[in-house]
Design a protein around this ligand. Sequence first.
Ligand SMILES: NC(=O)c1ccc[n+]([C@@H]2O[C@H](COP(=O)([O-])OP(=O)(O)OC[C@H]3O[C@@H](n4cnc5c(N)ncnc54)[C@H](O)[C@@H]3O)[C@@H](O)[C@H]2O)c1
Length: 357
Amino acid sequence: MDDMVAELGAFKGKRVLVTGDTGFKGSWLSLWLHLLGADVMGYALPPEDEEQLFVILNLDQVITHVDGDIRNLEKMSQVFQEFQPEFVFHLAAQSLVRRSYEDPKLTTDTNIGGSVNVLEAVRATPSIRSLIFVTSDKCYRNNEWIWGYRENDALGGHDPYSASKAAAEIIFSSYVDSFFYQRRNLGISSVRAGNVIGGGDRATDRIVPDIIRALEADQPIVLRNPGARRPWQHVLEPLYGYMLLAVKQYREPEKYSGSWNFGPRIESIRTVEELTREMLGCWGKGSIKIASASNAPHEAGLLNLNCDKANQVLEWWPRWDFTNTIARTVEWYKGVADGLSAEHLIKRQIQEFSGGM
Ligand SMILES: NC(=O)c1ccc[n+]([C@@H]2O[C@H](COP(=O)([O-])OP(=O)(O)OC[C@H]3O[C@@H](n4cnc5c(N)ncnc54)[C@H](O)[C@@H]3O)[C@@H](O)[C@H]2O)c1
């Protein structure tokens, strides 16, 4: 545990730019970086409503946030130029599979076009020494097999979201081969994680927020796809992976630059119904209703990541098992519903996860 504190201490006093800081993962990451003493600048669309974690945590008071669209290259480049970051975490995206069926153009414009703009802004900013480019576990061509996908497996995507993330990976790799290979002091990696859960996610059409909304409203939880098996992990797990990688590639770009999977241990691959029952147990009440999925858009049956590379090369391992992950997630929502401070709960979880700071 002390290793984590020592490694992440490298962020102290560093300028770190986070795209997508108003989102679920971006809010956790920005707060954690701030707690580590980094000077954090966020660039993203404004929070969608008052329920968003970014708003609840009053994050705009502890980091510098600029409302902006990653599709606007001029505005984003200006932010990069003025801030001169040393680290960049690119998380901004249209992140929902269902919304990608409703608006495939917005999804591809944002996730492909916007990501190209981020790469352009990085290209024009020599101060940057470490870029973490977030895509998804869904960037792999899903063969519906039991084996975990490795970083060198084929990319692909059935739905527009998955396809946009696979395309972003291909563009990323072309920028590395065409331009960034010349910048010997730049560490640059794409990172692939999935099914991240934790307190404060309020997205629509994501299973944990959907369950919480039903529990808060005393309604039965409607499951469309109860048998779908997913590798569940707490949001702190991949974020720790991204930060550890960012620091290591900053120091040794040649050794650590590349593509990396961050997923949970095999015991955390559970069905949607198992996840729901575990959450109900922690919440203390609630019921489940199974809905017909006949008209629902296509959803992957199983998608599992092989994380041998992160385990062996980065020495990154998941810290919280499935039971603990669910307990921490429910603890946050229940605590906030009972009037506890969202910020206090998150800070405590970060502290417990990292063993002090
Ligand atoms: N949450 C998950 O389970 C999960 C799984 C795999 C990959 N990811 C990826 O991780 C990243 C963060 O996910 P999240 O769960 O925090 O998503 P989120 O939807 O909660 O947040 C998305 C963020 O991107 C910003 N954004 C969207 N469109 C933008 C635009 N055009 N210009 C500027 N900002 C824009 C939003 O304002 C927000 O800050 C995304 O790239 C997502 O695809 C998430």
